[in-house]
Design a protein around this ligand. Structure first.
Ligand code: NAP
Length: 307
C-alpha cells in the first residue's frame, strides 16, 4: 500500500514528488507515456526563475527528478491504463500491475492535438511531427510547414528556421492567438512565410512512406492548392491526459479536470496538478507550483486520515 501515487513526471509530478518525498511519504511516480512531460520536448527555458542564463528543458526536468529521488521518491516506467477511484484505497493499474494508494495526485498533463487528416497518423515519424525540438534536425535544407497560430506555432517556426530552407506557417484565421512578442519575433524572421485563412485538407504521400506535400484550402475563396512539403509540424494545442478518469473524476467538456478548490478534485483524496487542469497558464513554473500545492494537500489529507 502506497501513501501517495503521482501520475506524471513533468514539472507538476516531479515537484509534487519532491514535496511528498520530503514529507516522508515515499511517493511512487508513474512516468507516463511522455516521461518528463512537455519540458522534455523543449530546448532553452528562459522563464523558469533561478536560471539567469536559461536552462535546457530536459535538463531542468531531469534535475527535478533527481531531487525527488534524493528524498526517497520512486519512479516507475509505464502508463496508467485503468483506475478505480470508487473507494479508498484507490487502485491504479500501471501497464497491467495494480497498485493501491491512500492518496493520488494526477499530474498527467496534456498531449499534442492532431488535425485528424486522412493520412496524418500514417505519416507520423515520416514527416508528420508534433515536436519541432525532437524532429527539426531531420529537415536540414528541407521545406517545412508549421500549423497553428498560437505561441507554440511561433516558437516552433522560429526554431525550425535553423534547419529548413523555408518555414511556412499555416493558420486558419487572419488574427493570431500568439502573444505579441512571439508573433513579432516570427514576423521579423525572414525565413518564415505566412499562409493565413488557410486549412490543410490532407498530407501526402502514404504510398512513398514520407511526406511530400499537402493539399490546402483557402477558407475565404474556397480555392484549393497543393504545396510541396517535407516536414509537417503540428502546433495546434493539447488534449488533457484524463481518459482513464473519464467516469471517475469530474472533467470539463474538453477533458480537463475540474478543480474543487485548489488542487482538490471531485474525489476526496485525489488531487490534480499542472496542465491536466490548467488550460490557461500552462507554464513550467505554474505546473511546479501546482505540484507543490497538490503534495501539501495530499500530506494534510493523509494526516487527517491518521496516516
Ligand atoms: P493555443 O494557444 O491553444 O493555440 C493553438 C493554435 O492552433 C490556435 O491558433 C488555433 O487556432 C490553432 N488550432 C487549433 N485547432 C486547430 C485545428 N483543428 N485546425 C487548425 N488550427 C487549429 O496552443 P499553443 O500555441 O500550444 O499554446 C498553449 C499555451 O502555452 C498558451 O498559453 C501559450 O501562450 C503557451 N506557450 C508559451 C510559450 C512561450 O511563452 N515561450 C511557448 C509555447 C506555448 P485559433 O486561434 O483559430 O483557435
Amino acid at each position: 500500500m502506497r501513501n501517495v501515487i503521482i501520475i506524471g513526471s513533468g514539472c507538476a509530478g516531479n515537484t509534487a514528488a519532491i514535496y511528498a518525498a520530503r514529507a516522508n511519504l515515499t511517493p511512487l511516480v508513474v512516468g507516463g507515456h511522455e516521461p518528463g512531460g512537455q519540458l522534455s520536448l523543449t530546448t532553452l527555458v528562459e522563464n523558469f526563475p533561478g536560471f539567469p542564463e536559461g536552462i535546457d528543458g530536459p535538463v531542468l526536468v531531469e534535475n527535478m527528478k533527481k531531487q525527488a529521488e534524493r528524498f526517497g521518491a520512486e519512479y516507475v516506467h509505464g502508463s496508467v491504463i485503468e483506475a478505480d477511484l470508487s473507494k479508498r484505497p484507490f487502485r491504479i493499474n500501471i501497464d497491467g500491475n495494480w497498485e493501491t494508494t491512500r492518496a493520488l495526485i494526477v499530474a498527467s498533463g496534456a498531449s499534442a492535438r492532431w488535425l485528424g487528416l486522412p493520412n496524418e497518423q500514417k505519416l507520423i515519424g515520416h514527416g508528420v511531427s508534433s515536436c519541432a525540438t525532437c524532429d527539426g534536425f531531420f529537415y536540414r535544407d528541407k521545406k517545412i510547414m508549421v500549423i497553428g497560430g498560437g505561441d507554440s506555432a511561433m516558437e516552433e517556426a522560429n526554431f525550425l528556421t535553423r534547419f529548413g530552407s523555408e518555414v511556412v506557417i499555416v493558420h486558419r484565421r487572419e488574427e493570431f492567438r500568439a502573444s505579441k512578442i512571439m508573433l513579432d519575433r516570427a514576423r521579423a524572421n525572414p525565413k518564415i512565410k505566412w499562409l493565413t485563412n488557410t486549412v490543410v485538407e490532407d498530407v501526402y504521400d502514404v504510398s512513398k512512406g514520407i511526406v511530400t506535400g499537402v493539399k490546402l484550402r483557402n477558407t475565404v475563396t474556397g480555392e484549393t492548392s497543393e504545396r510541396e512539403v517535407d516536414g509537417f509540424f503540428l502546433a495546434i494545442g493539447h488534449i488533457p491526459n484524463t481518459k482513464v478518469f473519464k467516469e471517475q473524476l469530474e472533467l470539463d467538456p474538453d477533458g480537463y479536470i475540474i478543480s474543487k478548490g485548489g488542487p482538490r478534485t471531485s474525489v476526496t483524496g485525489v488531487f490534480h496538478a499542472g496542465d491536466v487542469e490548467d488550460r490557461i497558464y500552462r507554464q513550467a513554473i505554474t505546473a511546479s507550483g501546482a505540484g507543490c500545492r497538490a503534495a501539501m494537500e495530499a500530506e494534510k489529507f493523509l494526516e487527517n486520515e491518521g496516516h
